[in-house]
Design a protein around this ligand. Structure first.
Ligand code: AMP
Length: 483
């Protein structure tokens, strides 16, 4: 759960990266960082917290140069510390490189152990640093070859942007697990790369195309080049990006996130309809699915819960305990929409079950007569090893409880999840038309891998992991060091 952004060839590279990161803030709120290049040297600034707090104007003014990359982080490997903030920038024998990474590497610990045996000294506990060491150690000359060499030694999910003094290099893992797309600013001709295309809108950049699974795009003085340095692999894009994580105004790999979520809601209504007076979302991620549910079921959409957007990382809790304090900070019921009503509540997932349980209680306290919980994905039973923050299997309520047991735990009248087939169909059916997908004439080597019903990673529901993951014995040790 991170966001990456990069820009090549714009006099305001740092400012535009700041704005791009701001539009990707939903992908990570723990830390933010920007590295710029003036064509000769890299300058770096990173801090803990939201983009707007990490980069006051004087910090941005110090980041000189026409090229930049940036990162927002939500730690999924390595703890939440400044030293783990990205981009990671280093000088090595020949030059300098900075790397910003979204995704998780599955063999990072094993690679790290080998590197440490050979004398490498790691500064962070983040898996991304292994890539940086491998780049520095590579015997290749050209930066893109060094990066390709490094990436050929790692496994897992990576959507990367790398900055060298005179190039911006973007790469997506062979399965295309996390999103990554390319854009262009029409006036300046500057190229941009980002986790999601919605970040282009704020800076008036035009979406060009998604970076293909297994593709490396090099942007430098010569223009844009594309390479396929890795072996072929089936596409396995994370479907949870559509269900929960990405912004609804993003189009990812040709699929509108908004339309996908509406389809999920429609299917929920078709397959798990129930007599009710209102249907309400758990905001914000549940809103488009609820619109779909309301359209399909003809049950009126109401805003039964209001979300505060101002919950920061730290808050003062009164000493005398307040019931539901944590969840009330984020969500509060609207009595006028709920009193005396039979309510359908739509959310995207149940993880531990604690939020749903509190929401049901809150809705009943606000006067709801019945509460029917509808979830727009199947029961989450397995942790993600590729970059979505999910707790251990033991903490995932659906890994050890049936739907009826979960229904009882969260105290809803009924609970239903969307089946796998319906989820996949909803996303595939949300492919956008050719006009929205307007592709540039930039070359893409080999055939593209269009999304089909077989192109998704669904491991958090099935436990079928497309990339093998055996936790390394050192993983536990690293966590302890972080505490
Ligand atoms: P829980 O209380 O643990 O069951 O959390 C369920 C809520 O967490 C749902 O409202 C989801 O929208 C949200 N959610 C799902 N996946 C994640 C995630 N990886 N990180 C943060 N929130 C999530």
């Amino acid at each position: 759960m991170c966001g990456v952004f990069g820009i090549y060839g714009h006099p305001e590279a740092a400012n535009l990266t700041y704005l791009g990161l701001h539009a990707l803030q939903h992908r990570g709120q723990e830390s933010a960082g920007i590295v710029t290049s003036d064509g000769d040297q890299l300058s770096s600034d990173r801090g803990m917290g939201h983009v707007i707090d990490v980069f006051p104007p004087d910090h941005l003014a110090r980041l000189k140069g026409q090229h930049a990359i940036g990162h927002v982080r939500y730690s999924t490997a390595g703890g939440s510390f400044l030293k783990n903030a990205q981009p990671i920038a280093v000088d090595y024998a020949r030059s300098s490189v900075a790397v910003a990474h979204n995704g998780n590497l599955t063999n990072a610990e094993a690679v790290r152990e080998k590197l440490e045996e050979r004398g490498s000294i790691f500064q962070t506990s983040s898996d991304t640093e292994t890539i940086v060491h491998l780049v520095a150690l590579s015997q290749q000359k050209a930066p893109e070859d060094r990066i390709a060499d490094a990436l050929s030694q790692v496994q897992g999910a990576y959507s990367l942007v790398c900055l060298t003094p005179d190039s911006l290099i973007a790469a997506r893992d062979p399965m295309g697990i996390r999103p990554l797309c390319l854009g262009k600013m029409p006036d300046s001709g500057a190229y941009v790369v980002a986790s999601e295309p919605s970040s282009f809108d704020l800076i008036d950049a035009k979406y060009v195309r998604d970076i293909e699974p297994g593709e490396m795009v090099i942007i430098d003085k010569q223009g844009v080049r594309t390479l396929r340095p890795f072996g072929d692999a089936p596409r396995k894009s994370c479907i949870f990006e559509y269900v929960y994580f990405s912004r609804p105004d993003s189009i990812i790999d040709g699929v509108s996130v908004y339309q996908a979520r509406k389809n999920l809601g429609r299917q929920l209504a078709k397959l798990h309809g129930v007599e009710a007076d209102v249907v309400i979302p758990v905001p914000d991620s549940g809103v488009p699915a609820t619109i779909g549910y309301a359209e399909e079921s003809k049950i009126p959409f109401e805003l039964g819960l209001v979300r505060s957007h101002y919950v920061g990382r730290t808050f003062i809790e009164p000493q005398q305990s307040i019931r539901h304090f944590g969840v009330r900070l984020k969500l509060n019921p609207v009595g006028a929409a709920l009193e005396g009503k039979r309510v359908v509540v739509v959310d995207d997932s149940i993880v531990r079950g604690t939020t749903s349980r509190k929401i049901v209680k809150m809705l009943r306290d606000a006067g709801a007569k019945e509460v029917h919980m509808r979830i727009s994905s199947p029961p989450t039973k397995w942790p993600c090893y590729y970059g979505i923050d999910t707790p251990t299997r033991g903490e995932l309520i659906a890994s050890s409880h049936s739907v009826e047991e979960i229904n009882q735990y969260i105290t809803s009248d009924t609970l239903a999840y969307l089946p796998m087939d319906a989820m996949i169909e909803s996303v595939v059916n949300a492919k956008t038309g050719p006009a929205q997908q307007a592709r540039s004439r930039l070359p893409v080597l080999q055939s593209e891998k269009p999304l089909t019903k077989d192109s998704f990673c669904v491991a958090c529901w099935t436990g079928e992991y497309p990339i093998e993951f055996t936790p390394h014995p050192r993983q536990r040790q690293m966590r302890l060091l972080d505490v």
